[in-house]
Design a protein around this ligand. Structure first.
Ligand code: NAD
Length: 481
């Protein structure tokens, strides 16, 4: 299926204007390995111009809009995104390699983020504080000013939605640096935002390399807040850069999220979640449920049912809408193959296939399930970011918690049990930013605050909570006698 764009992808968008960058980067279709377009290779100078344009927007037309007016613009963006959902889905499927159906869900989630933050824009209020006689004291929620947004390639639309949506709702002016592997829907989004009447400079977009445009944005002295989603190693660099400028940073990093299955669980209900939550987007999901912990009494049964599920799965080109697409790049495929090479001491419990007509140049890996992992095994500890899950047994509740909490990460966890007291107990004791009881992911949950503990990062995006992160609090104390 050809890539049909209604914008020139080899451009940056700064101060409401499109312009060509000095150099370009190739855009690969991961389903075929072919180069299908070129995007701008934004430079430090482009980032500097974008920050200047954002600052001008904050000081100008964008900064003067009421919260309600900001919300109306976000609502219009959401409507345009929803109207182009099929086009956006096709672009994302070709660019990221995710099956069309999943790409369509991402496009609709982007529209929903705009709708949610449109409604939220004028709902965050300050407080009055009882104080000494003769004083009136109140707080104001204000935007940081210029916010930088560095986005990865796995869910560009969803991550732009949750981060740029909340930042704009609070009145910040944004500079967005999408991932070099997948920038096309970010460009489409900027075009739609302009069409919806977003004032010039409120959103600026500079595609480019992480070590060039990304590093320049995270180190920029006139950026007042950074939102970063990506790997732990890059997150550490971004946080160090933010520290030098003494600005707040939200880090959404990786995970090794467990699902805990107790012997009394409703397995018929749990089973699709156990597998799908691990394999969505070919496992390239920060919140992928990559560890399945099962109480010993039902361990063999769960492994055998998951194996059967795996054997029925097929990876193929994104537009063929198979169960899984390819991985994003040859590099990512090599990383996953490296992990598969470490699994000789595990039991290969189930494996899907690669479609026979999948193009040879695509980056396919058959979904693979390993059983009998020990909690300390590297495949049970490290984020693989591919279609690989490990299953391991536990003896009792204490053992389950010890294993579940026993990695450096803490993003998401799930508990499957019909014992309500146990579910609530575990929800408290699991170290994770989100805990699901008898479900996983809750349909994406635009409304649900999301973020990590430990090496999964800090700060919260999504839901109303994100508005606190994208604003700063000012206390006003008046003495009137
Ligand atoms: P990455 O860190 O390589 O890249 C992410 C972004 O950072 C890209 O835009 C990249 O260009 C930019 N970048 C790279 N080097 C930079 C630098 N020196 N300075 C500033 N920016 C730089 O990550 P990735 O491989 O693209 O994404 C995979 C990782 O992201 C996984 O670990 C995954 O778990 C994580 N992730 C987390 C979430 C979440 O919400 N917690 C969501 C998606 C992905």
């Amino acid at each position: 299926m050809p890539l049909n764009l209604w914008f020139d992808p080899a451009q940056v968008f700064i101060g409401g204007r499109w312009r060509r960058a000095g150099d370009t980067l190739p855009v690969e279709n991961p389903s075929t390995g072919e180069v299908m377009a070129r995007i701008a290779r934004g430079s430090a100078a482009d980032i500097d111009d974008a920050v200047t344009a954002a600052q001008a927007a904050r000081d100008g037309a964008w900064g003067r809009l009421s919260a309600t007016e900001r919300g109306r613009i976000l609502a219009r963006i959401g409507q345009l995104v929803a109207a182009r959902a099929d086009d956006l889905a096709l672009i994302e499927a070709l660019d990221v390699g995710k099956p069309l159906k999943q790409a369509k869900a991402d496009a609709l989630a982007l529209a929903r983020y705009m709708e949610f933050y449109a409604g939220a824009a004028d709902k965050l209020m300050g407080e009055t504080i009882p104080y000494l006689d003769g004083y009136t004291v109140y707080t104001l929620r204000e935007p940081h000013g210029v916010t930088g947004h560095i986005v990865p390639w796995n869910y560009p639309m969803q991550i732009i939605g949750r981060s740029v949506g909340a930042a704009l709702a609070m009145g910040n002016a944004c500079v967005l640096k999408p991932a070099e592997e997948a920038s096309l829907t970010a460009l489409a989004f900027a075009a739609l935002a302009a069409e919806a009447g977003l004032p010039a400079g409120a959103l600026n977009l500079v595609p480019g390399l992480g070590e060039e445009a990304g590093a320049a944005l995270s180190a920029h002295a006139r950026v007042q807040h950074l939102s970063f989603t990506g790997s732990l190693a890059t997150g550490q660099l971004v946080q160090a850069a933010a520290a030098r400028n003494v600005i707040p940073v939200t880090l959404e990093l990786g995970g090794k999220s467990p699902q805990l299955v107790f012997a009394d669980a409703d397995l018929d209900r749990a089973l699709p979640f156990l597998v799908n939550a691990g394999l969505q987007n070919a496992g390239q999901t920060c919140s992928a449920a990559s560890r399945i912990l099962v109480e010993r009494a039902r361990y063999d049964e769960v492994v055998s049912r998951m194996s059967a599920h795996y054997r029925a799965l097929t990876a193929g080109p994104a537009t063929a809408d198979c169960d899984l697409g390819p991985l994003i790049s040859a590099r990512q495929k090599a990383i996953v193959e490296g992990y598969l090479g470490l699994a000789s001491d595990l039991t290969l419990a189930g494996q899907g296939q690669i479609a026979t007509d999948a193009p040879k140049g695509g980056h396919y890996i058959a979904p693979t399930l390993f059983a009998d992992a020990t909690p300390g095994h590297r495949l049970a500890q490290e984020e693989i970011f591919g279609p690989v899950q490990v299953v391991m047994p536990f003896d009792d509740e204490e053992d389950a918690i010890r294993i579940a909490n026993g990695t450096a990460y803490g993003l998401v966890a799930a508990v499957w049990t019909e014992n309500g007291s146990r579910a609530l107990r575990l929800a408290k004791r699991l170290r994770a930013g989100q805990v699901f009881l008898n479900t996983y992911g809750a349909g994406g949950g635009v409304e649900l605050p999301f973020g990590g503990t430990g090496k999964s990062g800090h700060g919260r995006e999504k839901g109303f909570e994100a508005l606190y992160g994208f604003s700063t609090l000012k206390t006003v104390a008046a003495h009137h006698g």
